[in-house]
Design a protein around this ligand. Structure first.
Ligand SMILES: Cc1cc2nc3c(=O)[nH]c(=O)nc-3n(C[C@H](O)[C@H](O)[C@H](O)COP(=O)(O)O)c2cc1C
Ligand code: SF4
Length: 662
């Protein structure tokens, strides 16, 4: 139960896009690239912005999500979520914050006379002299490194010129020349430094380590409270820098596994404090708050169109949308289509449009709902397979006469449970049968509580990661032209996972062999007809298609074209070699069997080939030679002629591969 009546909620300047609110109240908040918006479907005005106009929330939203909204406001590390209490149509007047009495403000001991800087002086402070700052990271699995890169980008907004520094191989003697240093370091093993920080730590711990009197620093420690030595490495650096004479500007922050909100809040203080160190190395503590205001205020000025900078308006006019949706009722086993015509803002996502239809037109409309990157929400919109939360209405189809048409269907290659919801378990069962799990080999490395820890070279790690970095396994599975026609075929998402595992240097040899048999099996990569349909989806699926092409090439090379399909390929390759051309007729004959060949005879395809009018314009003699006297031997011909292939797509897949070789 909540004891406050919420009327509205809005976001003030200064959001640090930490995602905490979206996690607490995903139905209300949506974090964008640079701020947080209140979603249109919860607001009375339907707008999509920070809701600075304090539009009221819908009654059903207030009753369902008030607790979540208050949780989000609590979770916001920079307190920019403002909850407006009240019940009226008009937002209540914001409460005046009583100015503190002068006496209250004087509670802290004044250490030094602050140097007052005017607005111009502040800009001068942020723009002149040496503004360099180093962000040193100690990282084993990349979290600290990622944060270092992220905060380095943010630093330019504070007039800082940040450099990300890997502790590995860092020359300790250069440390005293640095005025501003942020340290982001995780803890590994049992309270130990990550590998890339170990050597520097050993050097910095010696008596001969250089003193750091001119340095200003602060530490962000990454760790995990389930370990006995929580954030030990960060604590070590914090203590050691102080011992060496450096000045701590901001207290160290220790982060648990969910480190983003705490890290973002630390960065806010750390960057402002570092920005307040002038070119001579003097820290202007009194300017830190002014810098924070300046940075968030500068952003607001830009957004308002001052300084000649205009933020593009992401809200759009309502457009007329005709939405045609596949419907299926499992109780009556009836299927059909429903069409709705409605006016919706073009910037609304397809998922939001489905929610609107469900809320206002047909409560029985069924689709998988979730966050915008939820892989299970994938559907087909105008033939494109998409995550509907990631796609704007006006981007899926061209707008004609102020309107657009959407044809929404469930993913192909899966059984439909109801309307747009498909049964993903078929894919899960395929994954289960392929078992592309990690079964690790014993390797050199630290024997930790989690198992053996080793290192991987960056090229391999990047390649493995990019292979499997697709947005949705069901979506990728449906990209294939073969999966809708073959229940047994494992499909691209399972196969690329298996292929990546084979190339993972941590995989045990015995497991690698087993995974290889999965790739080579008749339901493996040879059952994929055409990688083009996968390749054309998007950037990540292009990488998947490349990996699958490698898998197919290796499978074909390994089995030396053995087996029934292999014989066709072997015969075909020689035929192609003899004719010097790739010839459709030969493929058809093999795929369709003797009846197909007869069909070709009557349709004139064979005749065209003989007389040199094939699609590829082959030479008559060579084509004839290829047909009737392949080097495979005349004796084998009848067998080939009389055997029709059950799974056409398997043969086509092999021919495609061969095609690429000649
Ligand atoms: C094998 C292993 C050992 C760890 N040991 C500790 C530890 O002793 N103390 C701690 O606070 N965190 C420990 N952690 C948690 C990591 O510090 C934490 O996951 C951190 O976010 C990793 O950051 P990085 O990717 O920058 O290395 C350990 C994690 C693993 C996987
Ligand atoms: S919790 Fe606060 S800072 Fe984080 S994204 Fe939401 S509004 Fe922004």
């Amino acid at each position: 139960m909540i004891d406050v009546a919420i009327f509205s909620v809005y976001i003030e300047d200064g959001c640090i896009v930490c995602d905490a609110c979206e996690e607490a109240a995903p139905n209300v908040f949506e974090v964008t690239d640079d701020t947080c918006f209140i979603k249109p479907d919860v607001r009375i005005d339907g707008g999509y912005d920070r809701n600075e106009g304090k539009s009221g929330l819908k009654a059903e939203v207030i009753s369902a999500f008030s607790d979540d909204i208050l949780d989000a406001a609590d979770a916001c590390p920079v307190d920019v979520i403002i909850v407006v209490e009240g019940t009226g149509e008009e937002p209540p007047e914001p409460e005046e914050t009583a100015a503190p009495e002068p006496e209250e403000m004087m509670t802290e001991e004044v250490v030094a006379e602050p140097v007052e800087l005017s607005g111009d002086d502040l800009e001068g402070l942020l723009a002149t002299g040496d503004r360099s700052m180093s962000i040193m990271f100690g990282s084993q699995s990349g979290n600290s490194e990622d944060l270092a890169a992220k905060f380095a980008k943010r630093a330019s907004g504070y007039g800082l010129d940040a450099t990300v520094v890997d502790m590995d191989g860092f020359d300790l003697s250069t440390l005293p020349s640095m005025k501003r240093v942020l340290i982001i370091c995780s803890t590994w093993g049992e309270g130990e430094m990550p590998d890339n920080a170990e050597e520097l730590w050993q050097q910095a711990s010696t008596d001969s380590a250089p003193k750091l009197p001119g340095m200003h620093f602060t530490v962000l420690a990454l760790g995990d409270t389930s370990y006995e030595f929580y954030c030990e490495s960060g604590k070590d650096w914090d203590r050691r820098f102080e011992e060496l004479g450096a000045t701590r500007l901001v207290e160290r922050v220790d982060c648990d596994v969910d480190y983003d909100p705490a890290a973002a809040a630390w960065a806010l203080d750390a960057l402002a404090a570092m920005a307040a160190v002038d070119g001579n190395g003097t820290f202007h503590e009194d300017q830190v708050e002014a810098i924070k205001d300046y940075v968030s205020g500068a952003a607001a000025a830009g957004a308002a169109g001052e300084d000649g900078f205009v933020v593009p308006n992401i809200t759009t006019e309502a457009i007329q949308v005709e939405i045609n949706i596949f419907r299926y009722n499992p109780v009556t086993a009836a299927s059909g289509r429903d069409t709705w015509i409605c006016a919706l803002p073009g910037h609304m996502s397809v998922l939001e449009a489905l929610r609107v239809l469900k809320a206002t037109h047909d409560g029985s409309l069924t689709f998988r709902d979730g966050t915008c990157d939820d892989p299970t929400t994938a559907i087909s919109v105008n033939g494109r397979l998409v995550l509907p939360g990631n796609v704007r209405l006006d981007s899926v189809a061209p707008t004609r006469d102020g309107g657009l048409r959407l044809r929404i269907e469930p993913l192909p290659a899966f059984d439909v449970l109801r309307d747009l919801v498909v049964d993903h378990w078929t894919l899960e069962r395929k994954r289960e049968s392929a078992k592309p799990w990690m079964v690790a080999a014993t390797r050199e490395g630290a024997d930790t509580a989690q198992g053996v820890m080793g290192t991987m070279d960056p090229v391999t790690a990047t390649s493995l990661h990019s292979m499997t970095d697709f947005s949705s396994a069901p979506l990728l599975h449906s990209c294939s032209d073969a999966t809708p026609h073959s229940e047994e075929y494992l499909g691209p998402s399972v196969l690329v996972g298996t292929w990546a595992r084979i190339h993972d240097p941590r995989t045990a040899d015995s497991n690698r062999e087993r995974l290889q048999t999965v790739i080579d099996s008749r339901n493996g990569i040879k059952a994929e007809t055409d990688l083009a349909s996968i390749r054309r989806q998007n950037d990540s699926s292009r990488v998947v298609a490349e990996a699958l092409l490698d898998a197919r090439t290796s499978a074909l090379s390994r089995d030396s074209f053995n087996g029934r399909h292999g014989k066709h390929v072997w015969w075909y390759t020689w035929t192609v070699k003899s004719s010097g051309r790739v010839n459709d007729t030969v493929i058809y004959r093999q795929v369709l069997g003797p009846m197909g060949l007869m069909g070709n005879l009557f349709s004139g395809v064979t005749a065209r080939m003989v007389f040199g009018f094939t699609r590829t314009g082959g030479k008559v003699f060579n084509d004839l030679l290829g047909m009737f006297a392949p080097p495979a031997g005349i004796g084998k011909m009848p067998k080939q002629f009389n055997s029709q292939v059950d799974n056409h797509h398997e043969v086509v897949a092999i021919f495609n591969e061969v095609d690429g070789r000649f």
